[in-house]
Write a protein that binds this ligand. Structure first.
Ligand code: FAD
Length: 492
């Protein structure tokens, strides 16, 4: 007989979405338990800079709890100012290990109960209601019963094991975005690195290339920028490949020059054809990415400006999986919604980050600009079952839709919305589906969140300063990549 624990709200997974969901649920009065498989809080958000607090018109669209976290990091001297950016809206560079400490502090402050190093291995269901989960940890197996479960596992583990509807990957072949094990380099010469970024012949940021005015604006700011987002240097990568110094299925330097002067976050290891819910596929992926890292370090030392003395500082503790199971909800957010700036009566979070698909097969990314859109409450409530909600990578969206909502601040905002909704449902003795979206929206705004009705007009001075990519910027689509002769060899 397994021991049984009861809670009102159970949050599975403490990444950007789950962390915010748990804090919001507890702050709003629900007895909340957060279960996390790893030995730290924050999931993959504790290994990366955060992109997309601002929309493409430089309005801060993510406020509330995520902004509180960012501000507390800044106050502790553990993060820089937001850096406005024409592709990403904004970039926020932080000391990721410090974020783990703050996350723990905030969870405790809010009164969230915690269970670490604990994995959900099964889901309990009675009729159409998800009633609990089975977990496994060092003490053995245990049952956790909950009135409401919020699946923020990133893999939709609760939904899948409970027979709720989910989808994975792109329509047609089911392939998910290419995953990456990120690592951090130290020993970078900031000035030398920036000199390289200024050299238009090696083009550190491909998106800017067709727009000389935008390039000039960026060059005026770059010496003083806290965070420099890179996506380019294709010529250097190809030269290195031909010289035998680079054999990773990655045709660009992807990564971020961080606010710490000598540090660069490398987002370049890459696996094609991963199934994130298959242990053999995951094991193969881990084997391959650890082989890629030494190669990439040598590439930086030999080929990248300012990186001659680069050395490995740390490797993220988990493979970064950009996409896995998406749980199907009462609404499925689509590419059309995000590119057209859809407004929904039940919008409970905003998004404004471009569609950013690290090609599941082939190199580089597919990208398409968006207009600031609402994320509807219905895409946070699992369909055809009661008692199950979700946020973050598990959001009810298509492969393309989640490619925009997946960045950290937007996952955090969804987390705040879903946690607040769960607490409201508990308080009112109703199911999540019965929560009135208008009440939820008012509560979220009272608690500092930014929604459509509180959003201000764009500031023309900021747009003039930073510049903008044209809305009709041609999307990059398809798997073909002309910059590398090897591109097709990597395609599976
Ligand atoms: C390589 C990479 C680079 C990226 N770069 C950026 C970037 O620079 N900026 C940005 O804003 N966004 C970036 N993103 C996107 C963003 O980081 C993620 O989409 C977002 O953090 C996902 O948050 P999440 O909470 O949904 O999932 P996760 O962070 O994956 O959290 C899921 C949590 O659930 C836990 N878990 C999983 N299964 C179980 C289980 N069965 N039982 C218990 N716990 C479980 C996991 O341990 C984890 O802590 C990147 C993503 C990747 C993969």
């Amino acid at each position: 007989m397994l021991s049984t624990l009861r809670t009102q709200v159970l949050v599975v997974g403490s990444g950007a979405a789950g962390l915010n969901a748990a804090i919001a649920a507890a702050r709003n009065g629900a007895e909340t338990l957060l279960v996390e498989y790893q030995g730290f809080l924050g999931g993959i958000s504790s290994t990366l800079p955060w992109l997309g607090f601002h929309d493409q018109q430089y309005r801060q669209i993510i406020k509330g709890l995520p902004l509180e976290i960012a501000t507390r990091l800044q106050q502790a001297g553990a993060a820089a100012d937001f850096e406005l950016d024409p592709k990403c809206g904004s970039a926020f560079s932080l000391d990721n290990h410090y974020f783990k400490c703050l996350a723990m502090e905030m969870v405790k402050e809010a009164g969230v109960n915690l269970m670490m190093h604990t994995q959900v291995v099964d889901t309990l269901r009675e009729g159409d209601r998800i009633t609990g989960v089975v977990v496994e940890h060092k003490s053995g197996r245990q049952v956790i019963l909950a009135d409401i479960i919020i699946d923020c596992s990133g893999d939709g583990d609760v939904a899948a094991r409970g027979g709720a509807a989910w989808e994975k990957g792109r329509t047609g072949d089911g392939l998910v975005q290419a995953p990456t094990l990120v690592f951090r380099l130290g020993g970078i010469d900031r000035e030398g690195f920036i000199r390289g970024c200024k050299d238009p012949n090696i083009m550190y940021r491909e998106w800017l290339k067709p727009y000389p005015e935008l390039w000039d604006k960026m060059m005026k700011r770059i010496d003083d920028m806290n965070v420099i987002v890179c996506g380019g240097f294709a010529g250097l990568v190809e030269q290195a490949r031909q010289a035998g110094d680079h054999d990773v299925p990655q045709s660009r330097v992807v990564g971020v020059k961080l606010h710490r002067a000598d540090q660069f976050q490398v987002v370049m290891t890459r696996i094609l054809g991963l199934d994130p819910t298959n242990v053999e596929s995951l094991t193969d992926a881990y084997t391959a990415v650890y082989e890629q890292i030494p190669q990439l370090i040598r590439f930086f030392q030999r080929w990248m400006p300012g990186c001659e003395n680069a050395y490995l500082v740390d490797i993220a503790p988990m493979l970064g999986i950009r996409e896995s199971r998406r749980i199907m909800g009462d609404y499925v957010l689509t590419a059309e919604d995000v590119t057209s700036g859809a407004e929904f009566e039940d919008g409970v979070a905003l998004g404004g980050y471009h569609i950013d698909i690290h090609r599941p097969s082939g190199t580089w990314v597919e990208s398409k600009n968006v207009k600031t859109y609402d994320i509807p409450y219905r895409s946070l409530v699992a369909r055809d079952v009661e008692g199950l909600m979700m946020a973050g990578k598990c959001l009810s969206a298509t492969h393309e839709g989640v490619a925009s909502t997946r960045v950290i601040p937007i996952c955090m905002a969804q987390g705040q919305a879903v946690g607040t909704a769960a607490a409201m449902a508990i308080k009112q003795g109703i199911t999540p589906r019965e929560v009135r979206a208008s009440d939820l929206r008012n509560t979220l705004i009272d608690q500092g969140a930014e929604l459509r009705q509180s959003l201000e007009k764009p500031d023309p001075a900021l747009i003039e300063l930073v510049g903008q990519l044209p809305e009709e910027e041609p999307p990059t689509t398809g798997d073909h990549d002309e910059v590398s002769q090897a591109a097709t060899a990597w395609i599976r």
